[in-house]
Design a protein around this ligand. Sequence first.
Ligand SMILES: [Zn+2]
Length: 173
Amino acid sequence: MSDTHPYETYLWSPERKKYEDEEIPKDIKCIFCAQSKNDERVTKLSVFEDDFLMVVLNIFPYNTGHLMVVPKKHVNSLTELSDEERNRLFAMVQSVEKLQREVRRPLGINVGINIGKAAGESIPHLHVQVVPIYEKDRGFMETALDTKVMKESLEQVKEGYLDRKDILEGYWH
Ligand SMILES: [Zn+2]
């Protein structure tokens, strides 16, 4: 297996339990729409937001530092964005790449969009995943149990990004 492939299981301590215990109330139909409206019943770890989009940490990251760029408008296809909205979304993806290079110093970065359940979509609201890939750091858990041990808490990762929030602020003219 490639060392940059997402793991089957992720472990944090002590953060993970906290997020797993959180139940999403039934009346919340879309977690990203709830986050964009600052619904206090859902966890939101935001690095940047404005009236058009938000940049949030994935609380179940594929790798440390995993960010998502999410337009606030509830759409589930790139074709539902206007030309300007599309350009603005990808201008932010470009700025997020820059932020991750500065803050996380990854070896590479995966950028991806899953549209439709058949494509692996978990939330039917358009979002761009931006996942930093690092040098091999496989220990026992990773090798024997295919479980990725996260060495930093989500809050620590968020703070690291917030220190360089200036990189995102000028994303759109
Ligand atoms: Zn939505």
